[in-house]
Design a protein around this ligand. Sequence first.
Ligand SMILES: [Fe+2]
Ligand SMILES: [Fe+2]
Length: 454
Amino acid sequence: MRRESEQREKLVRQLAAAVRGASLYSITHPVVMRALEGFTGSALALLQRGPKVAIGCIGDDLVVDGTKLMLKTGASLGGFVRALRDQEIEKITLETGATAADLKGLVEALAGAKPGLVSVSDWLRTRGVRHVAIGKVAVEDDPAETTGIAAALKVYRSATTIADTLWQMTKAGEQPDPTPARKLIEMLTRMVTKDRTSLMALTALKKQDTYTFTHMVNVAVLTIAQARSLNLSPSLTREFGLAALMHDIGKINTPPEILNKPDKLTKEEFEVMKRHVVDGASILRRTPDMPALAPIVAFEHHLRLDRTGYPENIVDRELNLCTLVATVADVFDALRSKRAYREGLASARVRAIMSEPTGTFHPTLLRRFINIVGMYPSGSLVVLNTDEIGVVTHEHPADPFRPQVRVAFSPHGERLPETRLVNTWERNDRGDYPYAVVESVDPAMLQVDPLTLL
Ligand SMILES: [Fe+2]
Ligand SMILES: [Fe+2]
């Protein structure tokens, strides 16, 4: 009896050591491998004696198969208990049939999961780990439940983290898991529905460091917003969002030197870059549960209505509506990374898209898009005809050129002691507009984060 309880304690210590090691080093590090082997050996031995081993975490106590561990030195397992609590894990059950690979998966999940973003259960499901069950105390709180800029920022941050995970997973040779991707789209759709202004403002942010993931999320958000304005059904709107999210996934095969090259690509490099449309389509086609739209959009998103673009030699193909919608979003967002538009001003990007040759984009969709993102979207800094500077707080539903502005800086660029709201769409007694937006201003010039002024 005593021996058995010692074995259980050993099992938990070995698991904790393996998880600690795997979160510090790679899973293939000799130290981690040794810890993992120890844990696997103990777990398989215990599973030979009974159908299950349950490791529970109740408060500060660890309980294995209903017996509280009498820990001589609590400190060494403290970190492990804390990590379980952060993940809101109450119980880990190992079941007969678990293999060494399943146990390794558990260790990786516990080491790699991020509380509130990627849960251990999602991770296990994604990696196809079986015979390991996770019992949760509480459901994670849903960041999309509240509105406002802080809530939107939270949604946006967790969205880019999930996009990051999808990307890394696919890069590691696995299929992009549609489950977290759908959850992400659900979150974004709800946010766009409830609080379009805040989320749109965020897509205007410039984030060069994590460009790939913010790009995925931005294109999804901008596509969802357009789908909604087209009155598509909620389920089709979600499919549009998911397809848009995955449109560039084929770029996991593009060498980073080409992907991140700041200058113009050479002809050869461009040829390599072009492959991402075909690669993306084939990855998505092979992914179970991915909507049929996803590979179509991946394949078509660099084709234009006038048949220019790539893949070459595509004739007589009618582009899917989702492609037409996602393409506008894609180009609009991609302009953020171009040097000339680095300031991230939506107005400059809208002008650039509008000046594309006719036949590049669908004219009606383009007009709708500009109405959605606005010439001067919420959160952008603008200079008024009075030379005062303010932040756009609301867009006029019918006229993207006449927003509501919170004036915060004097014509000399000094911060005003008190801000005031100006509706640039309002006329005076003579029927003139006393206020008008002249142009957008780069927030970096004033060294201010416009979101703090909202
Ligand atoms: Fe692309
Ligand atoms: Fe793209």
